[in-house]
Design a protein around this ligand. Structure first.
Ligand code: AMP
Length: 382
């Protein structure tokens, strides 16, 4: 949860997450420590410290802390799950990492996630590109928004991230990284893209994608939800960070990974109705005037089939249970008296019309599906 401050400071002084947003403090032993703003630095620190065999494939899940301007989808404490692979620069490893992220969102049931990819080149390509951006944006600095002009002084790359309309045209005319990539970096990226094609994973080549953390080089990618309508649409992202372990005092080691934002992923799930919560109304209210056992069992069965159900407790009278059914706005009251319990049937009463039928209990789910439509059955571990 926390690390020595120095671990994060090595992430670079142009990274907002480190310079502006870190929660740092002295502990009782006067050690200067920080709540982690991200996980990758801690993973690389652990690698440098313990020197495991490579390729080292690890995953994590947990909270991060950033002193950000809190808003919808952007919190000061948020959770991420992520993976990192240390010890190989093979572009097909980038593809494997991206594919795992892609499959994670697909397996959750999200359909409106787009993959954006770019290459930031090698450090020297990146440096030349930053220089070209600096020159270009400086020529237009009087037309940039105040925020973008301030960003330009610290990190010209991040000007590309500005979402302000005032900056849009200037950004659209800016040089792109493509023209600065060395032939090795271009080849590396071409293989990443070819690998995505082989797996049939759709992607958008996005030359303006630079990502917020300074340590990325070569491949960078982001997963964006098109069903989130606030400004925070990135549900995950990652890239290659071949120099980071060395910066943290370890041997030169290539690395690639991603972090998926759990909070935003859940917001995306809600906006795509992935969990099929459906309506909050009660489909069936069980009125069991025998001993409550039929209500216990049938409630479970219809809930597992995806319907909403409720029942009365405390052995209340038929009249009191019917009142409860009415009060909760249930569509059907499912009544089990002595006769029904003995015959294995139930009386299904449509509360709005008072129309009712006696049906076998084993046909209840079929009956509900026919009258209310199919629902999403509860997921099982299979
Ligand atoms: P990053 O570590 O900045 O590359 O972010 C990776 C992912 O974490 C993003 O795509 C978001 O989904 C999520 N994330 C980053 N910052 C926040 C935040 N302040 N609140 C909620 N989610 C965040």
């Amino acid at each position: 949860m926390f690390e020595e401050l120095g671990v994060f400071l090595r992430l670079g002084d142009a990274t907002d997450v480190v310079t502006k947003e870190m929660y740092d403090f002295k502990d009782k032993g006067d050690r200067h420590i920080a709540l982690r703003p991200e996980h990758t630095a801690g993973i690389c620190r652990a690698f440098a410290q313990h020197r495991p065999n490579t390729p080292w494939k690890v995953w994590y899940s947990g909270s991060n802390f950033r002193y950000e301007k809190a808003q919808a989808g952007r919190y000061r404490q948020f959770d991420q799950v992520g993976i990192e692979v240390l010890g190989s620069a093979d572009p097909l490893l980038d593809v494997e990492v991206i594919a795992l992220g892609w499959q994670f969102f697909a397996a959750l049931g999200l359909r409106n996630v787009e993959l954006l990819v770019n290459s930031l080149g090698d450090p020297s390509d990146r440096a030349a590109y930053i220089q070209a951006l600096k020159t270009y944006f400086s020529q237009h600095s009087s037309d940039l928004s105040e925020e973008a002009a301030t960003t330009l002084l610290k990190n010209p790359l991040r000007v590309l991230d500005s979402k302000r309309s005032q900056d849009a045209d200037i950004i659209a005319g800016a040089p792109t990284i493509k023209d600065f990539l060395s032939s090795e970096a271009s080849e590396h990226f071409a293989t990443v893209v070819a690998g995505l094609d082989v797996l049939g994973i759709p992607y958008k080549l996005t030359p303006g994608l630079v990502r917020g953390l300074d340590y990325y080089q070569r491949t960078v990618f982001e997963f964006v939800s098109t069903s989130l309508d606030n400004a925070q649409t990135a549900v995950g992202g990652g890239g290659r960070y071949d120099g980071l372990v060395e910066d943290l005092g370890g041997p030169a080691t290539a690395g690639v990974g991603f972090a998926l934002g759990v909070d935003r992923t859940l917001l995306a799930c809600d906006s795509e109705n992935v969990f099929g919560l459906g309506s909050l109304e009660v489909d069936a209210f069980f009125v069991d005037v025998v001993n409550g056992m039929s209500a216990l069992r049938l409630c479970e069965e219809v809930r597992a089939a995806g319907f909403t159900a409720d029942r009365a407790f405390d052995g209340r009278s038929m009249k009191s249970q019917m009142k409860a059914a009415d009060r909760c706005g249930a569509t059907f009251a499912v009544i089990i008296g002595e006769d029904e319990a003995n015959a294995g049937t139930c009386t299904v009463r449509h509360l709005a019309t008072s129309e009712q039928h006696i049906i076998p209990q084993v046909e209840l789910i079929q009956y509900l599906s026919r009258t209310l439509g199919e629902r999403h059955p509860r997921r099982t571990s299979q």
